[in-house]
Design a binder for this molecule. Structure first.
Ligand code: NAD
Length: 482
């Protein structure tokens, strides 16, 4: 067990003023990993003040110098990949291979941020009128805060602070209280890479720490990734306080398999998408829509493949399916399984059976004949539970998927260019996959959920992240003597 976590303020790990702490456990064996301070508004204020004081000099440092630090940071992250991935698995439970993938994704964000000297460039127009030119320059906002979920303790913070700080902002990170260990490691590496005191700060905690950031007048923008209900609260409260806000929220992703798909390939990809990371991914397949001609054959192969998945601690590299994050998540999933049965769905595989004695495990669970009026179709379960819906054609599949309040991702398995175009043009979802299971875009494209999967205007990653973490100054100049 590591010692009590401390906040990171002005380049130091400091004991916060709060006396309230919570226990952090390993979800695979329920052992205690550490204790985490529940920072109060005073602790938040310390971190924000440090960030605020660091802003003037950091924002004036030439952008190529800031980018140089990102190059150093990238190098250190690559050197420490194995240790970082192990820590993710230890605290989150996901399979080691998934953690390695996550760490790699985080590193790609740092690589993208290292392109800051180009990304930060504005636009110019030399002749908007006779002897008049216009130039548009980008500037940082000031102190920016990030609030992150448990399911990607490396990747999601890396969606935020590398780009935010390389653009010249200073940052306060409030990591998930359920998976906080990795933060200390990446922050120490960022410091070793040359991030100066006060530029990157950390406050651990839950509601009070979050609300402290949402209310703090010195915080100019909020990046949030988490569940829909909390996301709504964050969006409303931060907007009310006149901050710039981006909220990436919950999901319920539909994957459509048409009769002309390659069944074995689809089964392989969808098994990984629906049960990888125990279904605790905002891009996981939650609903599979099967065209009638392929449905029975797909289901028999899919159920068989699910039965063969090996469950257990993610640190054992032979295991595919780790635990869900907490006993509450396990119990909530069991309740959903009961609800699915009560509402008339057909349970093909029951994940409540043959579970390890310790740890918050849920086995792969598959329901058939699910309909959009059922709770298991509507709610984000965030667990290895999949609903199958039978459909006659692509038009019907899209019409069913579009009834969801969520619209993060959607996938289509087909061999038809016509179907691909129809799907792209008609489905209400922000991130689409064609013949693949997890259409999570790379760091240089926006992570662009729609409907209740995203609140705001500018999403994470890609050019949107450059826009989100900068504001523009437009200079119109007349040169009467030229
Ligand atoms: P969560 O909403 O419970 O927590 C997210 C953050 O909000 C945490 O830092 C937590 O401390 C804080 N928080 C929780 N309750 C709060 C409250 N009442 N008031 C103020 N702050 C509060 O989410 P989670 O369970 O950690 O993560 C899973 C969720 O995140 C899922 O819904 C998933 O879909 C979503 N997610 C979305 C994306 C995306 O890109 N859209 C990516 C990853 C995860």
């Amino acid at each position: 067990m590591t010692q009590k976590l401390r906040n990171y303020v002005n380049g130091q790990w400091v004991v916060p003023t709060t006396k309230d702490y919570m226990t952090v456990v390993n979800p695979a064996d329920e052992s205690q990993l550490t204790t985490l301070p529940l920072s109060n508004t005073q602790d938040v204020d310390q971190a924000v003040q440090a960030a605020s004081q660091a802003f003037p000099s950091w924002s004036k440092l030439p952008v190529n110098k800031r980018a140089e630090i990102m190059f150093n940071f990238q190098h250190l992250l690559v050197q420490n990949k194995t240790e970082l991935a192990r820590t993710v698995t230890l605290e989150n439970g996901k399979a080691l291979s998934e953690s390695q993938g996550e760490v790699q994704r985080g590193i790609e964000n740092v690589e993208f941020a290292a392109g800051a000297p180009t990304l930060i460039q504005g636009d110019t127009n030399s002749t908007v009128a006779t002897n008049v030119e216009v130039a548009n320059y980008r500037y940082p906002l000031g102190v920016v805060a990030g609030i992150t979920p448990f399911n990607f303790p490396m990747m999601v913070p890396c969606w935020m602070f590398p780009m935010a700080i390389v653009m010249g902002n200073t940052f306060v990170l409030k990591p998930s209280e359920k998976a906080p260990l990795l933060t200390e490691k990446i922050v120490n590496l960022a410091t070793a890479a040359g991030v100066p005191e006060g530029v990157l700060n950390v406050v651990y905690g839950t509601n009070e720490a979050v609300n402290g950031l949402l209310d703090h007048p010195e915080v100019k923008a909020i990046s949030f990734v988490g569940s829909k209900n909390v996301g709504e609260h964050v969006y409303r409260r931060a907007s009310q306080n006149l901050k710039r806000v981006q909220v990436l929220a919950g999901a319920k992703n539909h994957t459509i398999v048409l009769d002309d798909a390659d069944i074995d390939d689809a089964v392989d990809k969808i098994i990984k998408s629906s049960f990888g990371s125990a279904g605790e991914r905002c891009m996981a397949t939650s609903v599979i829509e099967l065209q009638d001609g392929i449905a029975d054959q797909f289901i028999s192969k899919y159920v068989q493949a699910a039965k063969e998945l090996k469950m257990g601690s993610g640190l054992d590299e032979t295991n595919f399916l780790g635990p869900v994050i907490r006993s509450e998540a396990q119990q909530r999933t069991f309740n959903y399984i009961e609800k699915g049965i009560a509402e008339g769905a057909q349970l093909l595989l029951d994940g409540r059976k043959n579970l390890p004695e310790k740890g918050y495990f849920v086995g792969p669970t598959i329901f058939d004949h699910v309909t959009p009026d059922m709770t298991i179709w509507q709610d984000e379960m965030f667990a290895p539970v999949v609903s199958i819906v039978r459909i006659q054609n692509l038009q019907e599949a899209v019409q069913v998927a579009d009834q969801s309040e969520f619209a993060n991702g959607a996938c289509l398995f087909t061999d038809s260019a016509k179907s691909i175009r129809y799907f792209r043009e008609n489905i209400d979802a922000g991130m689409l996959g064609i013949n693949l299971g997890v259409p999570a875009p790379m760091a240089f494209f926006p992570f662009s959920g729609w409907k209740h999967s995203f609140f705001g205007t500018l999403t994470a990653n890609g050019k949107d992240s450059v826009d989100f973490y900068t504001r523009k100054k437009v200079v119109t100049a007349r040169h009467p003597f030229s």
